[in-house]
Write a protein that binds this ligand. Structure first.
Ligand SMILES: C[S@@+](CC[C@H](N)C(=O)[O-])C[C@H]1O[C@@H](n2cnc3c(N)ncnc32)[C@H](O)[C@@H]1O
Length: 301
């Protein structure tokens, strides 16, 4: 139990997988996820270009889990370019006015900084070595300020586990921000929800933080109670069914409580065809989500 917990902490909490200073590759969905984001960003910039000129808006790109700028390839040799660097290459018809990259690992943040800031002297790029939760709240405060009200934002939240706290995301409610968010339904939530409902305090605290729900609410949403007759009399048994899909639906509903529109998910599966993540886009703009759905449909197929 103790060893398991230490392993969990090492993998999910800190994501300290260091392969030649690169982030880990998750299969072709890693590439698809970035392609979806970039395709959306191109459409976003094309549409926003006219509006930004007309209304004097500034466009901000916020990446909460930016990584080092490159991702170790499947065969441990070829690397792929991470989303942060790919986003900086998007320039037609325009780029963003400001790029804000957040990365908690100092080593990764330093690499990303050295690979971006000097290469794009004409772009405003900030690489910040911080926790995404802290910086989402700063983003939200900024967007509420007089200066921030001029900004329209695209945010990319790409954690490798359950690092995003629901209360941080909540602060973005009502802002002009389109959010692409990777939800660890299979990789995170389902694994923490033990089949018999016996969830340790540490797992429970993580689930509560991630879902913004208390333990009772979590148990009653994911488990069914039934009575079984045993040798020692009647006992209550907890059973969990379809927790991956249920967590995807739950998160979508929760996103809908913050944003007017939420896309269908792009479903990320591993080589064994097990669902790892659901990738959603949430926005207060219906057209934005319609475009996101068109892109997602193509990749789900
Ligand atoms: C899946 S990787 C991101 C890959 C990146 N989006 C790309 O395309 O290259 C997740 C990154 O988030 C970082 N990270 C983990 N917890 C974090 C937190 N609380 N705040 C900010 N970054 C965090 C990890 O160090 C890791 O580099």
């Amino acid at each position: 139990m103790c060893v398991k917990f230490v392993m969990f902490k090492a993998f999910y909490y800190n994501c300290k997988i260091k392969l030649q200073n690169m982030n880990e590759f998750g299969g072709n969905w890693t590439e698809n996820k970035i392609e979806i984001l970039i395709e959306y960003a191109r459409a976003y910039l094309k549409i926003m270009n006219g509006f930004a000129r007309k209304y004097d808006w500034d466009l901000l790109y916020f990446d909460g889990f930016a990584g080092s700028g490159q991702i170790q390839g499947d065969n441990k040799v070829n690397a792929i370019i991470g989303a942060a660097r790919r986003m900086l290459e998007v320039e037609e018809p325009r780029g963003f006015d400001l790029y804000y990259f957040v990365e908690k690992e100092k080593e990764y943040a330093d690499i990303l900084n050295s690979q971006t800031v000097p290469n794009y002297p004409n772009k405003k790029i900030f690489v910040v070595n911080e926790d995404c939760n802290v910086k989402i709240e700063s983003l939200s405060n900024f967007l509420s300020s007089k200066k921030g009200k001029k900004f329209k934002s695209l945010a990319y939240i790409d954690p490798c586990g359950m690092q995003l706290n629901w209360k941080s995301l909540q602060t973005l409610e009502k802002h002009s921000v389109d959010v692409w968010i990777l939800v660890p339904t299979g990789m995170g939530v389902n694994r923490l929800l033990k089949n018999n409902g016996q969830i340790s305090d540490a797992y429970s605290a993580k689930l509560e933080q991630f879902l913004g729900m208390n333990k009772e609410e979590i148990l009653s949403y994911f488990y069914q109670e039934s009575k079984v007759l045993t040798l020692f009399g009647e006992e209550t048994v907890m059973t969990k069914e379809n927790a991956i899909n249920k967590s995807a639906e739950l998160y979508k509903d929760k996103l809908k409580s913050l944003f007017k529109f939420v896309s269908e998910p792009y479903v990320l599966k591993n080589k064994m065809n097990s669902v790892m993540f659901h990738f959603y886009m949430a926005s207060n703009n219906q057209t934005a989500v319609r475009i996101a759905n068109q892109i997602i449909k193509k990749y789900n197929n």
